[in-house]
Write a new protein. Structure first.
Length: 111
């Protein structure tokens, strides 16, 4: 398999993975979302060594599709996070953004 074929195959795998991630996000399937994240990290590691200048038109087209789908998924993740934040606020009676509480050990050390 040539370098171009490997790159194209990896990009196509990434595209399929992102489509699966989008479905997992829509279904709120946490296990599948985590698996997709792990898969994306693995594929990104493979693609790091690829010089974009050496890609042909076909690879660049798939790369563009990957970028667009990744952006769509990022926006969907942000919408879901915002929705969860709003629901938590409604349940807790607080309209403020979620913030972590200070660690208990820090206040005990001062006492």
């Amino acid at each position: 398999m040539t370098r171009k074929q490997e790159t194209l195959s990896t990009l196509q795998q990434m595209l399929a993975l992102l489509q699966g991630e989008r479905q997992a996000l829509a279904a709120l399937d946490l296990d599948r979302i985590v698996n997709c994240t792990d898969g994306k990290l693995d594929l990104c590691a493979k693609l790091e060594s690829v010089d974009q200048a050496s890609m042909d038109e076909e690879c660049l087209g798939v790369l563009d599709a990957v970028r667009r789908l990744n952006e769509i998924n990022r926006r969907l993740r942000n919408l879901i996070a915002s929705n969860v934040q709003n629901r938590l606020g409604a349940l807790s009676g607080s309209n403020t953004s979620y913030t972590a509480l200070p660690r208990q050990g820090a206040s005990m050390a001062l006492a």
